[in-house]
Design a protein around this ligand. Structure first.
Ligand SMILES: NC(=O)c1ccc[n+]([C@@H]2O[C@H](COP(=O)([O-])OP(=O)(O)OC[C@H]3O[C@@H](n4cnc5c(N)ncnc54)[C@H](O)[C@@H]3O)[C@@H](O)[C@H]2O)c1
Ligand SMILES: [Zn+2]
Ligand SMILES: [Zn+2]
Length: 444
């Protein structure tokens, strides 16, 4: 079984891996075959760190209707150790990595496969790529292992060795100071947090608060031709206060809150936006972590808006009290159960938005047609298109090294880095919310 770095490695033997067995709560750390190239577009990555995510818990708890054993994990940072025959310098007309990726390059893998070539990938909806596949299911072994096979690797992977872009357009940024424990956040939870925030803030129903024009005038349509005599009433300052609740303060909810505050702070300084944010979780430990992180962020990252961290009951009261009973303009739902959706529906105001990234299961949603009609509520659900969110998430990662850079301090998002052998205990702890973000180092 390999214990050393590549080079000294035989990539044909067995490896250590975290494996789950049905029906539920059965984690074993055991030997599994080292994955092989089975398609020309594949890469094999030596995993340097793998994350434990709230999404792993859905399978762990037996909520995903999976009936065969699997290798867990979908948050991966590592180093390329083998490439399929599709990778060579002369490749044209395909994603750039097919011609540039090299053995030895450092990479982050998003939590799902995306080809970079289909309609959905081209327009940025990469999480619904026609080849989409989640790591850590029976048909695609996950990253809580020493090695992982990456399908469609030229479209899926980010090469940190050759990263040349970010949302602010600064090319060739030096990422050498970023630790692997920080970079792994790009695989899933930071882009997902940014996505939850942007889905809400880019919604046309938020436009009146951002533009001071009443609906529908602040949207994307060309200039309106309404006559002066029938102009709509001017917005008053109280109409422009944007109130947003975040429901769920696990690692993803914290990433969403940090990203949301960062965007709101920049809107405050660029266009005088007034905002208030209520961050809700029933668990005191999760609320305390959020508070320590909020305290550590400087004013450019959180602005001057009102901010409260609350239990469920307190959150409901604040949502009413801070808005004269109207409720929140938007709610980010980052839990993945019906109690959270019920809370989101309760605290959202008419014409509000629920941006849900929680992974939901089979039971029917806790609202009926009359409920959604009666509030004119907008829902956005689903999987984060990590590839598309990556440049923006990278900017937040670089800016917020105070929170994302460290491990194990009060204000660091990542709580600990442990050996794969501790997986059984770590799944138990994380399942109960008794710890925050955990990473596995498969080589210790
Ligand atoms: N859409 C995506 O692409 C995507 C990506 C990553 C994770 N996720 C999902 O995001 C969710 C959160 O992930 P995580 O890693 O932070 O998980 P987590 O389990 O650590 O966090 C969930 C938090 O929600 C809290 N909670 C439970 N019920 C609540 C309620 N009614 N109201 C408020 N808070 C409540 C829990 O106390 C916990 O702190 C999971 O469902 C995960 O599967 C989705
Ligand atoms: Zn995840
Ligand atoms: Zn695709």
């Amino acid at each position: 079984m390999p214990t050393e770095k590549p080079g000294a490695l035989d990539l044909t033997g067995m490896q250590r891996a975290v494996r789950w067995y049905p029906p539920a709560y059965d984690i074993r750390v055991e030997a599994a075959p080292i994955p092989q190239i089975i398609d020309p577009d594949d890469a094999i990555v030596r995993v340097t760190l793998a994350g434990l995510c709230g999404s792993d818990l859905h399978i762990y708890r037996g909520h995903e209707d999976v009936d065969s054993d699997l290798t867990c994990g979908h948050e991966i940072v590592g180093e390329v150790v083998a490439l399929g025959s599709s990778f060579h310098p002369q490749v044209t007309g395909r994603p750039e990595l097919y011609s540039t990726l090299r053995v030895g390059d450092k990479v982050v893998s998003p939590f799902t496969v995306s080809c970079g070539e289909c309609h959905f990938c081209r327009i940025g909806f990469t999480s619904r790529c026609v080849h989409s596949c989640l790591f850590g299911i029976p048909s695609l072994p996950g990253g809580q292992a020493q090695f992982v096979r990456i399908p469609k690797a030229g479209g899926t992977l980010f090469s940190l060795s050759a990263l040349q872009y970010s949302a602010t357009g600064i090319a060739n940024r030096d990422l050498s100071h970023l630790s692997d424990s920080s970079l792994i956040l790009l695989a899933d939870i930071l882009p997902t947090g940014v996505f939850a925030a942007m889905q809400a803030l880019q919604h046309p129903k938020i436009a009146p608060m951002l533009t001071a024009k009443p609906y529908p005038l602040g949207g994307h349509f060309p200039a309106q031709t309404s006559s002066q005599g029938q102009a709509a009433a001017a917005l008053q300052s109280e109409d422009r206060i944007l109130t947003i609740a975040v429901v769920g303060l696990g690692p993803v909810g914290i990433c969403a809150t940090i990203s949301l505050l960062d965007i709101l702070a920049s809107l405050e300084s660029s266009q005088g936006l007034v905002y208030q944010v209520i961050a809700i979780d029933p668990l005191e430990a999760r609320r305390n972590k959020m508070q320590a992180i909020y305290d550590a962020i400087d004013s450019t990252g959180k602005g001057g808006g009102r901010f409260a961290i609350a239990s469920i009951e307190d959150g409901k009261n604040l949502a009413a009290n801070w808005t004269n009973g109207a409720g929140c303009n938007a709610v980010l739902e980052i839990v993945g159960n019906n109690s959270a959706l019920t809370l989101a529906y309760e605290v959202v105001r008419p014409f509000g938005i629920i941006s849900s990234v929680g992974v939901h299961q089979e039971p029917p949603l806790p609202f009926n047609g009359r409920d959604v009609y009666n509030k004119n509520v907008s829902f956005d659900f689903g999987r984060c298109p990590v590839r598309a969110m990556f440049p923006i998430a990278l900017d937040v990662l670089l800016k917020r090294q105070d929170v994302f850079g460290g491990v194990g301090t009060d204000s660091s998002l990542i709580e600990k880095v442990v050996a794969l052998d501790q997986a059984v205990d770590m799944y138990k702890l994380f399942d109960k919310g008794d710890c925050g973000k955990i990473l596995f180092n498969p080589w210790i």
